[in-house]
Ligand binder design. Structure first.
Ligand code: ATP
Length: 261
């Protein structure tokens, strides 16, 4: 991501503002939907509560996600406008490392937006992008939106789907199809977070590079050990720890600022 010049480096929210600028730019280029900007705002609010840092439970979820991607037979990274705008390069690097397909899957679907997202991914080095203006598409059962269309070479036959920024209905539909879902979502109480097999409660912008690092660390690890890492991970208790982390931080901040009873 390039750094817009108008944000002073010493601004306390410099990184957050930089991300915001990049999203606005991607919105103007047609990759991000209007609702995508608002969804980002919901994410920002939770990131503020987390202290804009990768917390320990998220690190553990990232490790489990890396292990799951490494043992997957047909992993797919599902990409929408926001995730392409924020982490196109990381999506490409990760998919190369774990031999995952990349599939564009967007809520506000137009052929033009699909192509713009595809071009962001290609510019970032992707050699193949599924889900764009495809003849080879099928429908996910029990889903109304345009996101129900998936590639017959991608999500339809995937065993593990990484869904940075998903909605709850679609996560549930993918699970019902027998897939394992890895979500990256700043909101630990969203339906997506509650339903996913593994939820990384972190900003995509921080989580994706960490996931790549973890995959590199684990890629020589034996399958039995990878399976043990996955088995040890409990999404529900991980989400509880994420929430506790937010609550403790808020109490600490309230104390520091003299805002308690
Ligand atoms: P759900 O259907 O799962 O309950 P929702 O309706 O609250 O989700 P959406 O509006 O579909 O949410 O999508 C926004 C979600 O994406 C929010 O949960 C928000 O926290 C998360 N989000 C937005 N930006 C980021 C980001 N950069 N990194 C991680 N998560 C993000």
């Amino acid at each position: 991501m390039k750094t817009p010049t108008k944000i002073p480096g010493n601004h306390p929210r410099a990184e957050s503002l930089r991300i915001r600028e990049n999203l606005v730019e991607a919105f103007e280029a047609g990759a991000v939907a209007r609702a995508g900007l608002i969804a980002h705002g919901r994410g920002e609010a939770f990131d503020y509560l987390l202290g804009e840092q990768t917390i320990q439970p998220a690190r553990e979820a990232i490790r489990a996600a890396a292990a799951l991607l490494l043992i997957a037979k047909r992993p797919v990274v599902s990409v929408n406008g926001n995730s392409a705008a924020l982490t196109a390069e990381e999506i490409v690097s990760l998919s190369e490392l774990v031999k995952a397909e990349i599939e564009v899957n967007i809520f506000y679907r137009t052929a033009e937006r699909e192509e713009i997202i595809e071009s962001l991914l290609v510019k970032a080095g992707a050699k193949k992008v599924l889900g764009v203006d495809e003849g080879n598409s099928a429908c996910i059962p029990e889903l109304e939106s345009k996101r129900r269309r998936v590639s017959t070479n991608g999500i339809l036959v995937a065993d593990v789907v990484l869904v940075p920024l998903e909605d709850g209905d679609r996560t549930e539909a993918l699970l019902k199809m027998g897939k394992k879902v890895i979500a990256i979502d700043l909101n630990p109480i969203s339906r997506t977070s509650q339903k996913a097999s593994i939820t990384v409660v972190d900003n995509l912008v921080r989580a994706m590079p960490e996931l790549i690092k973890e995959v590199k660390k684990l890629r020589q690890t034996k399958k039995a050990k990878l399976n043990a890492i996955i088995k040890q991970f409990d999404n529900r208790s991980n989400l509880q720890r994420c929430l506790s982390n937010i609550l403790e931080r808020l109490e600490r901040l309230a104390d520091e600022r003299g805002l308690t009873g």
